[in-house]
Design a protein around this ligand. Structure first.
Ligand SMILES: N[C@@H](CCC(=O)N[C@@H](CS)C(=O)NCC(=O)O)C(=O)O
Length: 202
């Protein structure tokens, strides 16, 4: 059975959430988000950088959240949760799917690193402050994009919403989903009300 290496409120939320949405059976290997678990010899044999998520699918070990989602969609999706390759909406879907990790998670990750993950003497307050500003800029882009839309690609919920939903979970935890971001706040509310999100963040 598919094994998911997971730690609470980390990017492994995306993998668990997708499995819940698609009804993929999985076994959860829950780790503490601490060097004791992530840097253990046992876990480094699964993920050489000691990060989450990772999966072991009958011996195939993968460890990039976006790649894992794409792999599981190809294997189990049967066309669900994404526009068909070559269809009109595919380009926008790919844009938002990858924007979530390649662009938006960069400053969000830096806020986490320089506010609480690194030991205090290795944190750079200016990086944290600049990353808050970058994240706000990206939230402004999302706010415009979401005008009149239920989900990032329109009416249909897709895996791009799972990728972005995790970013917004952290923005909410960091107090960055301010009241003036009405479209984004309502969008996050729609995502957070899904049973799959709730299971993945429990
Ligand atoms: N691009 C990778 C990033 C993985 C990553 O940085 N995961 C974080 C948790 S959200 C982590 O395990 N950090 C531990 C550390 O940096 O020591 C992905 O999307 O899977």
């Amino acid at each position: 059975m598919l094994k998911i290496y997971h730690a609470k409120n980390t990017r492994s939320v995306r993998v668990v959430w997708l499995c819940e949405e698609l009804g993929i059976p999985y076994e959860l290997k829950t780790l503490n988000f601490s060097p004791d678990d992530l840097q253990s010899a046992e876990y480094l044999a699964v993920h050489p950088l000691g990060k989450v998520p990772a999966i072991d699918d009958d011996g195939l070990v993968l460890n990039e959240s976006g790649a894992i989602l794409q792999y599981l969609l190809e294997k189990h999706g049967n066309g669900r949760l994404e526009p068909k390759p070559g269809s009109a909406g595919r380009g926008q879907y790919l844009h938002w799917f990858h924007f979530a990790e390649a662009t938006m998670m960069v400053p969000i990750g830096n806020i986490a690193q320089h506010s609480f993950i690194r030991p205090e003497d290795k944190r750079i307050p200016q990086v944290a402050a600049e990353s808050v500003e970058s994240t706000k800029k990206m939230l402004g882009i999302l706010e415009k994009e979401l005008q009149g839309k239920d989900f990032i690609c329109g009416k249909e919920f897709t895996a791009a919403d799972i990728m972005l939903g995790y970013d917004l979970l952290l923005c909410k935890m960091f107090g960055l989903l301010s009241d003036d971001l009405a479209n984004t706040g309502a969008y996050f509310g729609r995502l957070a009300s899904r049973p799959g999100f709730q299971k993945a963040t429990a």
